[in-house]
Design a protein around this ligand. Structure first.
Ligand code: CTP
Length: 403
């Protein structure tokens, strides 16, 4: 299910201080399901030892073109033949120059020249080296040759200078590798999502909210980005970091959420309402902190707008995916919401099965009926939900434009 499940990756580590980040990258790629094999150049081995990579990858590390462990002495061919990609991280200015010129004077460069799999290159070097016209030419050439260049990042460098040239952080690199393998089911599409709870203020320090963690909405936003969509995430307060490749707008109240959604809605192909939007908000917000001396307190609540129903009622409505978290009678309520709010798809679950947890048990409801999915981690479910609506999307958009 994870795009890296069952993939064989060669991670090549060249000489640079950032080589220490490659250790974490190897661990993360392995955790994401990849079978990782490390190639270490002589320069790389000056910074991190083969023992570290062997322990983290669970596989032997390759350093020498003439390694006798390879029965036919052809490590440069055999290593990459059944590999799904070679990832060079960090890639020094020197190795980039060699790749561009087709040099083959060590295991890594020979393997790259002899490969028949994609090449992903994550540069790391001093900012002056990165900006040098020779490096600029080489990177342009690398791109033109079909390699995928990941980063670099800007920021503080090991040499004390600040600028472009830092290796991407391991988490971001891992995400880019996963994204590379994810099927681009939503390429060219724009997706807007709401996620998390809303917070409806009563006074400057208090308010009404709920226990939504935002995990499902954030997992879906990431799955949409991996699938190639332009993603706008409008999020209520959560402790979660914005997923890679996703633009996030942070809001508190349902009214703010609605305004933020309407602001990014033009050109949207899919709207996904994952947020647990408060149905009611205090009719007025006290300017100052309410004191308990006033005895019994009554808060008058007024209904909030139904964001997804408003989006689905538009003439140019995107494909709308709603969520229904119910405590009973799931089929009736979820399908009822789908029809009442004019949604194309509803993701239903029982609150006791998923709220606040990392996994969930869900059922998809669309015009064709109900589709139960197996209990799974929310990131896996996010991928399945994307696959489901992506398969219905083209027909919906064609009917909308009357094509
Ligand atoms: N939703 C929304 N705006 C609201 C309330 C809900 O956009 N003001 C969206 C949610 O994001 C979700 C769907 O509507 O996709 C269903 O939300 P839910 O809270 O389950 O339904 P309600 O319509 O609020 O009905 P009830 O609370 O009575 O179950």
């Amino acid at each position: 299910m994870n795009p890296l499940e069952g993939k064989k990756l060669i991670v090549a580590v060249t000489g640079g201080v950032a080589a220490y980040k490659a250790a974490e990258l190897v661990r993360l790629l392995g955790k994401a399901g990849a079978d990782v094999h490390v190639v270490l150049t002589r320069g790389g081995a000056r910074f991190v030892t083969a023992v570290t990579f062997q322990a983290l990858s669970g596989n032997p590390v390759w350093e020498d073109l003439w390694d006798a462990r390879m029965p036919n002495n052809m490590a440069h061919i055999d290593l990459s033949r059944d590999a799904d990609a070679i990832v060079i991280a960090p890639a020094s200015a020197d190795v980039i120059a060699k790749l561009v010129h087709g040099l083959a004077d060590d295991l890594l460069t020979t393997m790259c020249l002899a490969r028949d799999c994609p090449l992903l290159v994550a540069p790391a070097m001093n900012r002056q080296m990165w900006e040098h016209p020779a490096t600029r030419r080489n990177v342009a050439c690398l791109n033109a040759d079909g390699a995928v260049v990941l980063g670099p990042d800007a920021g503080e460098q090991a040499c004390g200078e600040t600028g472009l040239g830092r290796l991407l952080e391991p988490e971001a690199l891992c995400e880019q590798v996963i994204g590379f393998f994810a099927p681009k089911l939503l390429a060219g599409r724009k997706v807007v999502l709401t996620a998390g709870p809303t917070f409806e203020a009563i006074d400057p320090v208090r308010g009404i909210t709920n226990i939504s963690s935002g995990k499902m909405g954030y997992a879906l936003a990431l799955a949409c980005a991996r699938a190639g969509a332009q993603v706008e995430l409008v999020s209520g307060p959560t402790g979660l970091a914005a997923p890679a490749g996703v633009h996030r707008t942070a809001v508190n109240s349902a009214l703010q959420m609605r305004d933020a959604v309407l602001a990014v809605l033009p050109g949207t192909d899919v709207f996904v309402g994952v947020a647990a939007v408060a149905d009611y908000a205090p009719a007025s917000v006290a300017e100052h902190k309410i004191k308990k001396t006033q005895g019994e307190m009554v808060v008058t609540l007024t209904p909030n707008p139904d964001i997804i129903a408003e989006v689905a009622a538009r003439d140019d409505a995107p494909f709308c995916v709603g969520f229904a978290a119910e405590s009973q009678d799931l089929d009736r309520y979820a399908e009822g919401k789908r029809q009442a709010k004019k949604l194309q798809l509803v993701v239903g679950n029982l609150v006791q099965d998923g709220m606040g947890r990392d996994d969930n048990q869900i059922i998809l409801y669309d015009a064709a009926g109900r589709h139960p999915l197996p209990r799974a981690h929310k990131s896996v479910l996010a991928q399945l939900i994307v696959e489901h609506f992506a398969s219905l999307l083209a027909a919906y958009l064609e009917a909308r434009t009357g094509v």
